[in-house]
Design a protein around this ligand. Sequence first.
Ligand code: NAD
Length: 373
Amino acid sequence: MTAPSTVFETMDAVDGLPDEGDFEQVAFCHHRPSGLRAIVAIHSTVLGPALGGTRFWPYDTEGEALTDVCRLARGMTYKHAAAGLDQGGGKAVIWGDPRTIRSEALIRAYGRFVHGLAGRYLTAEDVGTTQADMDLIQRETPHVTGVSPSLGGSGDPSPATAWGVLWALRAAAEVRWGSPDLADRHITVSGVGKVGRALVDHLVDEGATVTVADIRDDAVRAVHDDHPEAATRLRTVEPEAAHAVDCDVFAPCALGAVLDERTIPELRCEVVVGSANNQLATPEDDQRLVDRDVLYVPDYVANAGGVINIAEEPAGYDQARAWARIAGIHDTVLAVLERARTQGMPPGEAADRHAEDRIESVARVARLRTGRP
Ligand code: NAD
């Protein structure tokens, strides 16, 4: 195996790293016998080891893989900082089609590559990788999270993510309506997959009226089948009309970029909070929501439950402790929205400033001499 930081043979085809000065380390691995080609981007370890999933994806070009891994790694720095975690931001990609090139040797070679980074990067599951892959990686390195519960892992993060979105929603309700109570609120959940479905369970328990949408009919049917007791409070809408439902809260729990120039003017809710990543199509959409008087809870603050859960693993996973910590998303949302209000900026920008302030203040602490050599 080539050492970390040895570039692929084709690396000279890439026109420089995106904002390269901004990254602590970008490591490349090419292991010919298994066919592994991987990139790990470590954006920041100021708060702790860089944590972030491994995306296994058939990018068209190496440059595309590099751009994606850097963009995602930077996002993790902000997410972890805002969530109050002692984790930095990183991400990895394995370049190739998991359906054709995944093998025990390739995943284990990747585990060895991660081990070579000496704990500066902790990996996890992401699009294209599975819990079984994490279990294999653990045979090569301890620097992995999201392994099977039987191996000490925290399991599927989706219930934890949904729990965090619920707390974000309560905080937003407090800010908007003066009470965290969700009974009698009407919430539209778009996307009832792993997170959305768990969120609906909570909302039904809270006494809310819930409208659900999904491109999969069976997913919608399953939600109705799960809650015969709430039949009069459960409705369905076509996915393309979900954002325009006349309701209190729109909760995007499917794809990103759902809030844009076209959909924002059509919103008929007062609050947007959901689990989907990258909900704003462009940075300008942050202000567009303010102009429509819609309270937006920044996605990476609302959906941090999964990473907070995973970050509990190295200390020995305990669900009660993890879930108590996830409930802290409530206070983070209040702090971010208060900053947005007092400093006159849109919430997405306020979340970024909140995260940057924490990184900077912890960096200052790290400059204090402790007497250790
Ligand atoms: P999932 O694949 O289990 O569920 C997504 C659901 O959305 C599916 O049922 C799918 O059919 C549906 N869908 C797809 N396109 C749609 C559309 N146009 N309109 C309505 N529904 C549509 O995924 P998930 O794990 O539940 O994650 C949902 C979102 O939350 C994703 O954006 C994901 O990146 C984000 N997220 C998830 C977690 C987690 O712990 N799973 C953590 C952080 C963020």
